[in-house]
Each structure stands twice: as C-alpha cells, then as structure tokens.
Design a protein around this ligand. Structure first.
Ligand code: AVI
Length: 323
C-alpha cells in the first residue's frame, strides 16, 4: 500500500500542453507589437532564476512583503479565523505560505496551484512532512484558465485565497479585474482573499528592481527565448537579443521587453519571424498601484478591502478582501 506522503504528492494535472504553448508563442510573435506570455518564464530554470531574483537587494518585493507578514501575522490570522481551506495561486516554492501555515488555527487543507510540476512535487513532499496534520492537495495548472479544485476531506468554515508577491500586477487592468472576480467566485460568500499588492513609488526604485546589477533579471527574461528554442524547434540567437526594462509612469507599470540588436530572422518550425533592428518582444508588465486604485478595482470585482497592512515607507501592501 502507498504511504500517506506518496499519495499527497501526486498533483492534479491541468497543465497546458505543448500545442497551446506553441499556439500562444506563435500568436504573440505574429502581433505588430510582438509579445510572449510571462507565465512561460517559469520552467525549471526560470523558476530557479526567479528564486535568485527574490534574494536580490534591488528587488525589494519579497523582503518587504515578508516583513509585513511577520509584523502583522497575528492580526491576519485573527481575521481569517479557524478551519479554513487555503488556496494559493502561483505557489512557486511555497516559502511565503509557511508563515500562514505556522499561525493559522487548524487549517482544513492547503491547495497550492502552480505550473511547475517539478517544484510542486518537491514542495508538497516537504509540506507533508513539516505539517503532518494538514491535507495538501497540489494542483498543476495555469491558474488563469479554468480547472477543478480538489475537495478536502474535512469541511471548512471559509475558503481563503492567498495571492502574494504582487503577481496581480502581472495582469493588465481588465484581466486583473476579471481574475479578482474569478477569485471572489472561488471564495464564495463569506470567503476572503489575502493579497500582496506593490505600490507606486519613486520610479528609480522600480527601475532598479527590474535592472539588477548582477543581471539575474536579464537572464530570467532571456531564458524565455531559450525555453522556446528548446521546446518548440526554434532558433533564437541569444547573443542578438537584449533585456530591456523600464517604468512607464503613464500606465503605472514596469515593462519588460527583449530587444533585437539587429535585423534578423527567427524560425519556429517552418514559420519565419522577421525582426527589425530595435524591435522588441514585450514579455511582462508589472503594474504598481496606489491604495485607492486597487480598492476601486477590487470593488468592481465584487470584493471589499477590509484591512490593509503596509511597511513604513508604504512601498508594498498586504490586503485582506472579503466577498
Ligand atoms: C512574479 N511577479 C510578481 C514578478 C514581478 O515583479 O512582476 C516577476 C518578475 N519579473 C521580473 N522580476 C520579477
């Protein structure tokens, strides 16, 4: 008979297949402003690079969010209450959720949702041994598309979605609002969302965060082309492309692009993709908010901001929203 741990680490698998990956890459590269979806950054190597970004001095988000969580965890778990079903979108290495798991009162189950199956398998195994009473129900999926949530064995008092790291900033405004609406539906009446939201600040701070001195963000960005080469029979020549990131104050977002350093042609299977010198592929947007902007977007999605915690400099916020 299989051990309890072995049973826990088999994720429900709803990963987008190779066909969808190819269709989305081709669709993006055929647009007048070429683009690639940022969700594809996170293959094994990309996830590893992202973990390194999270340790960089310039990338203030993880440490600022962690400090807010540590300072106010008691207030947070008080609001969340006992016996909740906790769902995390884009759980990554599941490092951030541990502070919640350490303090929540008798959580019924934890559902980490992520695209990286390897990472999910690894962290789910660790969680099962660190939190033996907790039912861990991993789901391997693109959380922006529809999939079924697993049912925990025990009934819960409330469904709480945890969405840290300001990943909401990687959605454009309308999709962000739609996604919050989707979360409100998942939580149901009486449910809640605990979300990390990056705030607008001095643009030079934004700029440094996405142009680090060690070039890790550049490697993270360019790894997307390497992934496309590896998985889709493509021939991007990495030395002829360059990372480019800047803060766009009109739109309130950091834009990451990959710029072609010369006129060139790339082949994806039998499809030819021409690049002019200086032409870019837009790979990511990271929207930054002020508290009122976020409140309004949440309200349009049917969520009410019940509490906001910030750091002293007001660089980042953790917010508790109820449906
Ligand atoms: C995951 N996401 C919130 C990060 C961000 O800041 O937009 C991804 C990232 N891109 C470059 N550095 C970090």
């Amino acid at each position: 008979m299989k051990s309890k741990e072995t049973k826990h680490v088999v994720p429900h698998d709803f990963r987008p297949g190779q066909e969808r990956f190819r269709a989305e890459v081709l669709g993006g590269l055929r647009k007048p402003q070429k683009e690639l979806p940022s969700k594809y950054f996170y293959d094994e190597h990309g996830s590893h690079l992202f973990e390194r970004i999270c340790t960089l001095e310039e990338y203030y988000i993880p440490r600022t969010e962690a400090a807010i969580m540590e300072a106010y965890i008691k207030e947070m778990v008080e609001l969340i209450g006992a016996r909740v079903l906790l769902i995390e979108y884009g759980s990554g290495n599941c490092a951030k959720v541990r502070i919640l798991l350490d303090h929540l009162r008798d959580p019924v189950a934890y559902v980490p949702i992520d695209l990286s199956r390897e990472q999910l398998l690894r962290v789910t195994k660790d969680l099962a041994s660190n939190y033996p009473r907790l039912e861990v129900l991993p789901v391997c999926a693109d959380y922006t598309s529809g999939f079924e949530l697993p049912m925990p064995k025990r009934p819960s008092n409330r469904v709480v979605v945890y969405f840290p790291g300001s990943t909401i900033g990687n959605f454009d405004p309308i999709p962000a609002m739609n996604f919050l609406e989707h979360i409100a539906r998942v939580c149901g009446p009486g449910g809640a969302l605990l979300i990390g939201v990056d705030l607008k600040k001095d643009p030079t701070v934004h700029h440094r965060a996405y142009n680090d001195s060690e070039g890790v963000t550049a490697a993270f960005n360019l790894n997307l082309l390497q992934r496309v080469n590896r998985q889709l029979d493509c021939d991007f020549q990495l030395e002829w492309f360059e990372h480019y990131a800047f803060y766009n104050p009109t739109e309130g977002r950091v834009e990451m692009h990959i710029v072609s350093l010369r006129e060139q042609t790339v082949h994806l299977g039998d499809v030819t993709i021409p690049f002019a010198k200086g032409e870019s592929i837009w790979t990511e947007s990271s929207y930054k908010f002020n508290l009122d902007e976020f409140k309004q977007m949440a309200a349009a999605a049917g969520l009410r901001v019940e509490h906001v915690w910030t750091d002293e400099q007001q660089w980042f916020s953790v917010q508790y929203l109820v449906s």
